[in-house]
Design a protein around this ligand. Sequence first.
Ligand code: NDP
Ligand code: OXD
Length: 308
Amino acid sequence: MILVHTPNPKEVAAYLELFRAAMPERQFVDLEHAELSAIRHLVTWGLPDGLLAEMPSLEALFALGAGVDKLLARPDLPADLPVYRLLDGGMAAQMTEYIRYGVLGYQRNMDLYRRQQATGQWRMLAPRLPSDIRVGVLGLGEIGAAVARSLAADGYQVSGWSRSPKDIRAIRCLHGESGLTQLLVDSQVLACVLPSTPDTRGLLNRQRLETLPQGAMLINAGRGDLLDQDALLALLDNGHLRCAQLDVFTEEPLPADHPLWRHPAVAITPHVAAITLRQPSVEQIVRRLRQLAAGQAVDGLVERAQGY
Ligand code: NDP
Ligand code: OXD
């Protein structure tokens, strides 16, 4: 028996329809119809706390997302349970759009023109070409590598940072602490698509943000806890940073009275940079269920020790 659960019943119904059509030989159920002790596989995003402890037969969990930080933090997650995450699942293309939008806006000075408009100023700023703009992408995984490649194809000068060394055409690939400093010193736009792990939480602190060149832009679409939000506000206020485009926050929803909401140099989106698309996600999970049943290797296994 395979349990499919998200907090939205309509979404669960849509997922069940797709799973049942793709794999009629297996039994997919929602929480209401599940016999928890018989659940062997779980497909989920946002399962209520404590429920995992009631599934003693669980053999594998398939996350309906790319980031698994919340899932791995659950006290009821068995230490030896294999957790698989989505690889792309339709999200790389959306994230690419989200970050290209921010970078293009910065290149074309749209943030500055919006601020001029607020005070009725008609003032032309010097035009810049994509090749004038250096972009640093933090995270070169399924999503970050797609973002970096696309920005390079647009003509931007792109550097990327990852945990392990990489070799990606047209991207200056860096790793390690010294690689991070090299990337920060250089990046007029810093775009973060890192996962939240014990090693990356708090990475974008004041000292690292100050390493960015004067007038830089920050885009954070990885996770909110990677960034010190107070440090960001301070550096926007003192003019070291020019603007920010933020999709993720230390607390979500971002509290209504948070100063980020009203900061003129900040653009906010409610964790929508890249949404899980049902059809490719179902195809990916069905393929993995078949591979597991056949005793074959399965991709997307989360390295529990590394946290992603
Ligand atoms: P991947 O696991 O494929 O890629 C993660 C990348 O981060 C890898 O390049 C990895 O390096 C790098 N990395 C991890 N830890 C470190 C570290 N300590 N130092 C340097 N680099 C590190 O993940 P995805 O690309 O699929 O997704 C990335 C994240 O994007 C998700 O975890 C999630 O938080 C976020 N996300 C946000 C969405 C949104 O709507 N805002 C939507 C989807 C995802 P290496 O390659 O060496 O392993
Ligand atoms: C994800 C997300 O990690 O939507 O999939 O943030």
